[in-house]
Write a protein that binds this ligand. Structure first.
Ligand SMILES: [Zn+2]
Length: 211
């Protein structure tokens, strides 16, 4: 095989890899806690793994809390581990309405000026001044995947999701690149419902048209 043939073959492989379906992770409402807030809510109790999540090292914990807002409560909201430097509560717009709060659309970790909430466990009730966000939809990928798709950290792309009976193109999907990340798109339950994801086998594809 000469160089020209190798280049042709490589190009074809890249085109095919760009067309592969992106695994979808639907994030139900959940809570990440700081060590300090965790110890206040679950004194003397280790954070225990219920099941592993799509990204390496991330897990759903056995522990859960109640979110208390001015208009309503959401019970049994799962904690995700490991513990973080800051507490962060991710909910959908529907959840925010039910709780009676407004929450900004943000990427994970961008919490300055976000909304406060009351968290309740069997042992304690704590009030957080901020930490509630609606997560901006995003795709986690490794540097190799970013090179294959020709996208950069922070770039916004379009993704088409074929659901059970309807198809939806999501614009404004943020690319998040890190070496320890596995290719996976994260959307919330409102977005999953809008795309008719249900229990079927939705297919998500990155569209290489500019956003
Ligand atoms: Zn994510």
């Amino acid at each position: 095989m000469d160089n020209k043939e190798i280049t042709l073959l490589t190009d074809r492989v890249i085109v095919q890899m760009r067309q592969r379906a992106i695994p979808l992770g639907i994030s139900n409402r959940h809570v990440h806690l700081s060590v300090k807030d965790y110890q206040r809510l679950f004194p003397g109790q280790p954070l225990t793994v219920k099941n592993a999540l799509g990204q390496p090292g991330q897990f759903a914990a056995e522990q859960a809390v109640t979110l208390k807002g001015p208009k309503g409560q959401l019970k049994n909201v799962r904690l995700l581990g490991p513990l973080r430097s800051q507490s962060q509560i991710e909910i959908s717009r529907t959840d925010a309405r039910l709780l009676g709060i407004t929450a900004p659309l943000r990427l994970s970790g961008d919490l300055a000026g976000s909304t406060g909430i009351i968290l309740v466990s069997d042992s304690a009730e704590i009030t957080l001044a901020e930490g509630v966000i609606i997560a901006r939809r995003h795709i986690h990928m490794s540097r190799l995947d970013a090179a294959i798709y020709g996208v950069k950290q922070g770039e916004r792309v379009n993704v088409e999701i074929k659901g059970t009976e309807r198809t939806l193109v999501f614009g404004d999907v943020c690319i998040r690149v890190a070496d320890d990340m596995r290719l996976e798109m994260h959307i919330d339950t409102d977005e999953a419902n809008a795309a008719d994801i249900g229990d079927g086998k939705p297919i998500a594809k990155l569209l290489l048209t500019p956003f």
